[in-house]
Design a protein around this ligand. Sequence first.
Ligand code: ADP
Ligand code: ZN
Length: 631
Amino acid sequence: MQELATDPAAILHQVFGYAAFRGHQQAVIEHVAGGGDALVLMPTGGGKSLCYQVPALVRQRAGQGVTVVVSPLIALMHDQVGALAELGVQAAFLNSTLEGDEARRVERELLAGRLTLLYAAPERILTPRFLAMLDSLHERGKLALFAIDEAHCVSQWGHDFREEYLGLSVLHERYAGVPRLALTATADAHTRADIVQRLQLQDARVFVSSFDRPNIRYTIVEKDDPKKQLLRFLRDEHEGDAGIVYCQSRRKVEETAAWLEGEGIAALPYHAGLDAEVRRRHQDRFLRQDSAEGGIVMVATIAFGMGIDKPDVRFVAHLDLPKNIEGYYQETGRAGRDGLAADAWMTYGLQDVVNQRRMIDESEAPEDFKRLQRGKLDALLALAEAHDCRRVRLLAYFGEDSTPCGNCDNCLTPPGTWDATEAARKLLSCVWRFVQHHEQGRGPRGFGAGHLIDVLRGKRTEKVVQFGHDELSTFGIGADISEAQWRGVLRQLIALGHLRAEGEWNTLALTASARAVLRGEVPVQLRVPVEPRARVRAARRAAGGAAAGKAPPLPLDEAATARFMALKAWRAEVAREHNLPAYIVFHDATLAEMARAHPATLDELGAIGGVGAKKLEAYGEQILGVLHEAG
Ligand code: ADP
Ligand code: ZN
């Protein structure tokens, strides 16, 4: 057995099998291992776990005791601890899923100082029993570090607020001197300030990484027939891939999952209304199904996904508009953690805009909260309506400057635009005529989108004739513009806040800002809807022919591919034996590198990225055997 490494770089190499730190990892680790507080903002897949796991090892090996990891994700603790066990790191978790005996055993290990990391949910940490254990460790100088994961949960303004996180200020107050590290993948300036204030991290060093996820391709399509659009996207680009489809309501989740199943796609529903046991089972199947067997499509509300560390999620699709850019970025960020090509795809339409605006207007929240929500929605709508690079806009939202990415729909297939300024004036003046007409005692005040477009296009429907709207000066003034285009104009005007959809029937009303548009002072530029199929093909051509996500981790020749498949079969067996997802045993990328390099000795095998000392010891001989047999 090698001597235990004590400095960060050696630990990275020996325990995790990685050659070098990424981004801010080294700076964070040195700062925290040295006893400093830190706030780390790093995108999903950026490597946050190492930021506390390496300091935990450094400090434990220096006799400073255990690192307590606060995480809201009980469902994932088992796998996280399992992954550490595979690396030979003493870790455990305490949460409500443990039997009494098992929990007692973990507590004994903890108090005896045998653990390097302990994962626990915040509500557990705040119990008197748990605090008493921490007190005891603290008195003996055996409390090395607090790592607070998903730290944005402390922000009431954010989208994942958890009451219990507010209680975490106790860590600072009761155990002053124990370093604290807060980590999150989502935080705009507002949320960031909230984290600092609520967790009292005013003196912490802040590490902000680039939020860019270059391997994710962003695409936002106009909603036409969303189910069909989704099916086409799945069939054309993600056959057999694991991915997530987000819907807003439980009912829509159920419907969509059943519909996909009917279309021959392996799909499972997930939402807060399902029995806990069913949810656990579905999540488990999603996480454990190996890509070789064909992935599962999880159809879910946002109740699903926080902290999902499955590396090979190849796409995240939104059938409904999220609430804001943080939500969108967090959800889409679950794709492609392994760094390979992945898709973030969304359909977006008039109804989404109307619904989201309405939800804010009708909520009981205080006015300043609503104002903030409206601002955040506006930023998301601007992203959806954009005709320039999506990534530039996303990153700008998080305060980062960048240049066009070449890997989003707008970069790959720049949409045409048309000048809709005149059309917008026509539309608004038609709404204005309705109001006048009403004031003359001739019909209701407001009408919905369908009727408005009928009038503009000069259709004499029953309703149009009934209200005498065929006599309006705006009747038929937009016959040359298609219905789809009119919907685009309408959506844009609502998105920009010049029109509002009110009440049960979504009747349209002008807002104060409509006046400037009516006067022609506000230019309105709209995307020319691109036919979706053409777009997909063009995007693929630009990507060099390979469907996104189908690219193998490495190009392998025939013999290497055979070795890769043999290694995968071996890994599936080990994963079953250990009751862990396959990717925890080894990532696809690591197996591919083994297949390519074809090592003949343990030393050569140990040089491959992702093979640490413990895994080499446990599996080295077996792997060399598998490679030898596969030729
Ligand atoms: P996050 O929690 O930030 O979303 P993770 O900590 O799960 O990300 O890391 C994402 C992936 O990157 C993991 O598979 C991890 O093993 C890998 N990784 C992290 N840091 C390194 C590194 N320095 N070298 C190689 N792989 C790394
Ligand atoms: Zn782009």
